[in-house]
Ligand binder design. Sequence first.
Ligand code: ATP
Length: 314
Amino acid sequence: EFGLMDDPAEVEAATARARSGSRKPQGLPSVRDFAFAATLGEGSYSEVKRATYLRTGQEFAVKVLDKAFLKRKGKMSTALDEKNALVRLSSGHPGIVRLHHAFHDQYQLYFVIDLVPNGEMQTLLSRIGSLSITCARYYSAQIVDALAFMHAKNVVHRDLKPENLLLDENFRIKICDFGTAKILEPGAEPDQTFVGTAQYVSPEMIQKNETSFSVDFWALGCIIYQMIAGRFAFQGLSAYITMEKIKKVEYAFPEGFDEEAKDLVQKLLVREPTERLGAGAPGTPYDMHALRSHPFFSVIEWETLWNGSVPRLQ
Ligand code: ATP
């Protein structure tokens, strides 16, 4: 177990001690270099804690995974896949959490990632219901831009949903949770495991456990729908019924749904993965130009997407 350090004065003193060289501040970091504070979130296999890196005073989110638990559940390789996907993406994109360090001790694995302070898109949606069309467009564009980077690195996320879209200090999006991500190298063995979340999972994943870059674009369609409509595109009384609806692509737009957004959603929620907007042949990256140039995005300034002004949430 690692100790909690909640008192800011104590953290500051520990940072000062670390910096003054009372302990050698070189080499790989270890758990003793972090002062752990509040829990930010809990997943099925992990706990994410806020922590200060004592060598620099910088704050991070540290995802802590229990080795014995992972072994018991046969999920050790999944945790390593998560790390490998994060390493792949660590050259950095503003819309994706960055891995700064990864280390382990006898009991746990630790992933040190960007601290994203404004919570999940899901929490925001639960609070305000739906987003204005301006906000929905802005966030959709940020997801598209982050996916372009991710897929160009051959990483497919496979569990995109508002819970995994975090909001940074400026309320821009950062995609997190690469626990189900897969590196899709050309010519690699196809992955045959079912992953995802009922409301956002694609028909081909339900029917054939089929992974491709296109599963992220199905989820994108579901997320755009949800941000605007304020409800899931596909929702039944059980996960089974939800997935039955997905297999039939059975959903309806509420009255007054923005026409351009509707056109985009209809071009993403297409049963055949290779026929979704911008999809190429299986295993090839998306034609992001086809997505970026969709009329829904015509007012988006892609060059300033990550440093221009952020529309006011309402
Ligand atoms: P799940 O089982 O739900 O897939 P998980 O074990 O894969 O979860 P994550 O989704 O990575 O864990 O993290 C759990 C939660 O912790 C997130 O939904 C989020 O609320 C919070 N969290 C994760 N990463 C960060 C971060 N970098 N900054 C702030 N909060 C974070």
